[in-house]
Write a protein that binds this ligand. Sequence first.
Ligand code: IMP
Ligand code: MG
Length: 172
Amino acid sequence: MENLKILINEEKIQNRIKEIAEQIEKDYIGKDIVLICILKGSTFFTVDLAKRINKNIKIEFIQVSSYGASKIGSENIELKLDLKESIEDKDVIIVEDIIDTGRTLSYLIEHLKERKPKTLKLCTLLDKPERRIYDVKVNYVGFEIPDKFVVGYGLDFNELYRNLPYIAYIEE
Ligand code: IMP
Ligand code: MG
């Protein structure tokens, strides 16, 4: 772990989450929310965000795996775990760890729209705008980051480093 450099420390992450939660509260006055956590990466973010949102929320989980990451197209995305509850007519926010090319999310948005939610918004902790190939509209962004591979706070490299309380990049 010695070649890890901290990009966003724990305090900054938590302060930003508090701000996003406040914004969500303002945007959803009088409404209940369903947060959809995308396994596994966005678990840490979803939990901390949910604790800060002072209203009725439900949390659901979905898992996708993208293989052949260099390939383009949703045919390379596999739905590994689907929602267990209906989101029809609900105000739904997808909670993601990071948007890179946008491929995973453009697939998921299409998939979830078929379930006829009343509204569907997107919240991501990290965004790498330079890498975008698929046009996805993001409603809440924690931090825009440069084109570096990052780990920690849910994000992994070969399933490791998810438990770091900060976001770090691997120095070559
Ligand atoms: P996209 O489909 O290209 O937007 O990629 C999104 C997925 O790739 C995320 O949900 C992450 O699982 C993974 N990913 C993209 N960039 C990184 C990174 O820097 N570190 C760890 N995982 C990443
Ligand atoms: Mg992931």
